[in-house]
Design a protein around this ligand. Sequence first.
Ligand code: B12
Length: 231
Amino acid sequence: MDKRSDWGNQMADNDNAREQVLAFEAALLAMDRVAAERLLAEAGGTVGGPERLERLMMPALERIGRNWEAGTVSLSQVYMSSRICEDLMQAVLPPTAPGRLRHPPLAIAVLEDTHALGKRIVQASLHAAGYALTDYGQGVTAEELAGNAARDGIRILLVSVLMLRSALRVARLAECLRAAGGGIRLVVGGAPFLLEPALWREVGADAMGRNAAEALEMIRTITAATAGGVP
Ligand code: B12
């Protein structure tokens, strides 16, 4: 295939992806779960569960969030959209399986925030890749989280935040982890870190991932660099 038609195909793919996101967003705002489910299935192609959710849900919910901020979408529509997405996740994500790899103890949590959909996708992707994780849930404080991770001998702590206020609390978490000793590595992700690419360093995290695939990449990099921790 020559470069020109390759470029043409890519543009057509982009247009197609954009149309799918817009249609999915419209189905969520209309609270039409059946249409949302159909669009998710159509967008599937050969791509597996978590990736398919990321490609449709993340951009659609991001747009809905922006429109809520602009005042054109109500909070109840944001809420119902997230409920439909949560429901669809249940059906699409692989069931939790025991870890198949040998790796240092890992954990995940949503820090001082209750936006939990991103965490669920990251968690499901890691499970599907063979990792076992301790789940500290959502809305946990920096102090609680650092204490639990130190108690359980966690080596890599994955933290998800969606609000700026919560992202700034990562600084307190990093401080508590340092005080607890044990060299726990802190990997963060979520909307504030996507908007401000330098923020993860400023709040003292060790790494940042933009999506579930990058969470996996970070864990592989950290475990490979940790003596005896290579899966
Ligand atoms: C859905 C939603 C809600 C739902 C949450 C439902 C739930 N169970 O999670 C509801 C309606 C309850 C809600 C409530 C609120 N929300 Co809200 N919400 C959203 C919205 C629209 C989408 C979030 C989402 O689920 N995205 C889909 C998931 C799949 O994407 P994701 O979380 O980004 O995760 C991906 C990546 O970021 C990454 N990732 C995520 N975590 C991690 C972790 C690691 C380690 C790694 C490597 C990667 C990674 O991988 C994931 C998969 O690809 C966002 C808009 C946005 N821009 O995100 C606003 C948003 C986050 N909400 C916002 C606000 C203000 C609120 C409220 C305060 C509103 C209010 N007045 O009550 C409350 C507060 C709730 C609380 N205390 O926590 C603001 C935050 C603004 C800010 N600057 O802080 C946003 C940005 C909307 C906006 N544009 O203003 N919300």
